[in-house]
Every structure is written in structure tokens, then in C-alpha cells.
Design a protein around this ligand. Sequence first.
Ligand code: C5P
Length: 237
Amino acid sequence: MKGKLLYEGKAKKLYATDDAEVVLVEYKDDATAFNGEKKGTITGKGEMNNAITTLLFTLLAKEGVENHFIEKINPREQLCRKVEIVPVEVIVRNKAAGSMAKRLGLEEGTELKTTVFEISYKNDDLGDPLINDHHAVAIGLTTFEELKAIYNMAAKVNEVLSAFFLKIGITLIDFKLEFGRASDGRLLLADEISPDTCRFWDAATGKKLDKDRFRRDLGSVEDAYHEVLSRMENAGE
Ligand code: C5P
């Protein structure tokens, strides 16, 4: 079943399976930040992110967002459809935080008059630089047509997830998505959606329930991930 290691990323390992169209994704406890400059381990993160991504990709599929997730096969591993990753990271922001707050001199949590969509070139050597649509098309990462489909899917993901998290008392501040091309040409949402890739703030207290606790040494990192997962499980999703 679990074939050869195809790729090892910062938080996941990807293995081949007997089926050429299917990959096995193993979620690791390793955590990195600032493009790999800060390294650590978050105990139980692999299992929690596998569980959180499973619940969210299942919810998104139900809401019509086609994605690569097939099934969770054990606490740390899931099967996904094999895709060619579009080398563009899409960031969706509902409130200013992180790099956008810093770059534009805004206080974190500042309300935005519109949802902000950013793209960056997925390239570790360059530190995933922020680019615009024209850069992405000019250097051959994607096409305007594919980008249009990507933005439409990202907006739908934001709609579904913002409403879901609101119900469990969490404000979805921002998040990062990746997309892939399946062998049949379909564009699928890929990668993961977890506290590693989203900013989650408790709606009542503003407490950070995501990887910023690791990035900024705020403590109680595992507890925050666990809090998100248990609220999701109690919501019955
Ligand atoms: O750091 P920045 O503010 O640009 O991050 C925006 C959102 O995208 C955050 O939720 C962060 O966790 C996520 N992100 C990510 N992977 C990256 C860059 C950002 O998951 N390489």
C-alpha cells in the first residue's frame, strides 16, 4: 500500500501507492516558521492536522469545492488524489494580520473594506515572494484562465469556512490555499487546511488558536490546536 517516498516537505511526507492516481500523505509533528529558519516540534500536531484537514476537506466537498482528499486511513495518514501542484500560494484575508499588517503598517485585527486575495510564488529559495497575476502568468506558473478559477474557488472556500468557524466561536482571520491539476485536467483544492495554514482567533477573547503561538513563542501551542479540533468535533462536522 505505502510505496516509495515521493517528497518530504516541512510538515508532511508524500508516498506513492499501488494506484498511480493516489498518493498517501503522512502528517508530521515538525513545525517550521520564517521559511524554515525556526524549527521545532508540536506534539500531536500530525494527528490533529490530519483530523482537522479531513473534517474541512469533507465539508468543502459537500459544499461543492472539489478537492484532492479521498479518505483518512489512520491517525496520521490520508489518501489523496495525485495532482500537479500549481506553484502559487493563495492567501485570503478577512482582517489584517501577519505580513500584510506589517507591510502596510496596520494594527493586527484591523477590519478590511473588502476581502484581500494575495498570491505568492511557491519557491523556498526565494522565500515565497508576493507576486501579482501578471508576474504569475509572465513567468509561466499559471494562466489568467486558471487564476480566475483559483480565485473563484478561494472565495467559495472563504465563504464556507468563515461561516463554519463562526458557528464554533472562531474568527477566520486569514489562510493559505494551494491548488493542483489532476490527470483529467480538473483543478482541485489541495494541500491542507489547519492551524498551520490559517489564523484562528477566539471570537470572544481574541486568543490566537493557531501557529502564531509557535512563531511568536506564545506558549500552549498544542492546547490551541487541540481546542480547534475539539470545537470542530463537537460541531458534528
Ligand atoms: O505570514 P502571512 O501573514 O502572509 O500569512 C497569511 C496566512 O497564510 C497565515 O494564515 C499563514 O499561516 C498562512 N501561510 C501559510 N504558509 C505560508 C505563508 C502563509 O500557511 N508559506
